[in-house]
Design a protein around this ligand. Structure first.
Ligand SMILES: CC(=O)N[C@H]1[C@@H](OP(=O)(O)OP(=O)(O)OC[C@H]2O[C@@H](n3ccc(=O)[nH]c3=O)[C@H](O)[C@@H]2O)O[C@H](CO)[C@@H](O)[C@@H]1O
Ligand SMILES: C=C(OP(=O)(O)O)C(=O)O
Length: 429
């Protein structure tokens, strides 16, 4: 299995192009199931999750083709996917495919909306908590579907079609918002999603669905209203830049010192995290075509954070921020409120010399002046990249194993960091 070898200590200087957002691309690809015409998506990142989802969608009958193939080392642009679900050939999403990634469960919404039935395996994804699907089940049954759990599959039937309803989520859920918004586009009448997720990826999906002919108002606010239509048509849409990738590299620069432009990054998608980074001592400005992140090597100030749904501090940046805080000049408190088991990076950061203790949902980090390289291994995507960030600032060599987690969500990580002066390479075993 591949690993990433890092020799820490180099400052980062240069330009890092930010890819299209994984967490926007995935629901957008799934939206192709709602129409028998072609959905063309630009700026799609080249990631393992994207490739995996093309397999899942083709199992349902989606034809796909790709252009924008890499023509040379300098081509760092995203790919364009053409997805056409002329007919749905299979409404079952099998365990072997769905267990590999959480988002694939979301096909349940479009499948039942278009075909009036679906059989979808309970999902997998990053091991960061129990991650139930009760909001999906309650939401779909409010839209008139009958639901049974059979041998690890959620079996949904709506022989008369879905009917609009008011659905109030007990807690903000990105996936349930995506899924029920997609389902409601083809339901009869009006659906109101209350306590909906406001994440930029939800807004991106809504914008694409509107382009396909859906009637949606309020995406980006806690109440989304959808008027069902009879059919959706083809459309072209470009995926928004990845705010989590941008935030990750911003934290890497804050950690190592240096001066990097994050090309295509948008400050408006990341305000809370950027404010926190400024408090730690990083200088961040919007420049032509991206964000400039600068730190001159002065110390890192400790800052307390609590993860929250958008526009709060994102849980998907919590591990990376913890890596940064391991070198802060004092104590910081990091509270995780979204997932109950998202501190798996703590014991691995400790192997590099970090001083962290856990008190319930809070990690208390006492900054140290030096981290020292070590072999480390992560169990999920963002935890893995937090170890890369720590390795960049550690003395000596760090080896991060189980790189397949990183390949799910970071496009050409070693290449992007290497171009800015990091000493980093992939070791293929
Ligand atoms: C592919 C993708 O976009 N993944 C993101 C998505 O995951 P995902 O959509 O899975 O996360 P949710 O927003 O649904 O999860 C939020 C909370 O709601 C709970 N919950 C959710 C659904 C449900 O039916 N019942 C329930 O209790 C979850 O266990 C969690 O505690 O949003 C998370 C929160 O921003 C991010 O960390 C993930 O990177
Ligand atoms: C948790 C994540 O992904 P998933 O929801 O697919 O597990 C993530 O992107 O950080």
């Amino acid at each position: 299995m591949d690993s990433i070898k890092i020799v820490g200590g180099a400052r980062l200087n240069g330009v890092i192009p930010i890819s299209g957002a994984k967490n926007a691309a995935l629901p957008l690809m799934i939206a192709s199931l709602l129409s028998d015409e072609t959905l063309t998506l630009g700026n799609v990142p080249r990631l393992r999750d994207v490739a995996q989802l093309t397999h899942i969608l083709s199992n349902h009958g989606v034809d796909y083709s790709v252009d924008g193939k890499r023509v040379g080392q300098d081509d760092l642009k995203g790919q364009t996917l053409h997805l056409t679900a002329r007919t749905i050939v299979d409404t079952t999403a099998p365990y072997e495919l769905v267990s590999k990634m959480r988002a694939s469960f979301w096909v349940i919404g479009p499948l039942v909306a278009r075909e009036r039935r679906a059989r979808v395996s309970l999902p997998g994804g990053c091991a960061i908590g129990t991650r139930p699907v009760d909001f999906f089940i309650e939401g779909l049954s409010k839209l008139g579907a009958q639901i049974d759990i059979e041998a690890g599959y959620v079996v949904v039937k709506a022989p008369q079609g879905l009917v609009g309803a008011r659905i109030e989520f007990p807690k903000v859920s990105v996936g349930a918002t995506h899924t029920l918004m997609m389902a409601a586009t083809l339901a009869r009448g009006e659906t109101e999603l209350v306590n909906a997720a406001r994440e930029p990826e939800v807004v991106d999906l809504a914008n694409c669905l509107i382009g396909m002919g859906a009637k949606i108002e309020g995406a980006g606010t806690p109440v989304i209203r959808i008027q069902g239509v009879d059919r959706l048509h083809g459309h072209r849409h470009a995926v928004i830049p990845d705010r989590i990738e941008a935030g990750t590299y911003a934290m890497a620069v804050a950690m190592t010192g240096g001066d990097v432009v994050l090309e295509n990054a948008r400050a408006d998608l990341l305000e809370t995290a950027l404010d926190v980074l400024r408090q730690t001592g990083a200088d961040i400005t919007q420049v032509d075509g991206g964000l400039r992140v600068y730190r001159n090597g002065n110390g890192i100030a400790p800052v307390d954070i609590t993860t929250e749904p958008f526009p709060g501090f994102p849980t998907d940046l919590q591990a990376q921020f913890m890596a940064l805080m391991t070198r802060a000049g004092g104590q910081s408190r990091i509270t995780e409120t979204i997932f109950e088991n998202r501190f798996m990076h703590v014991q691995e950061l400790a192997r590099l010399g970090a001083r962290i203790r856990i008190d319930g949902h809070t990690a208390i980090v006492d900054g140290v002046s030096t981290l020292r390289g070590a072999p480390v291994m992560a169990t999920d995507l963002r935890a893995s990249v937090s170890l890369v960030i720590a390795g960049l600032a550690a003395e000596g060599e760090t080896n991060v194993s189980r790189v397949y987690h990183l390949d799910r969500g970071f496009e050409r990580l070693e290449e992007k960091l290497g171009r800015c002066g990091a000493v980093i390479e992939r070791i293929s075993n």
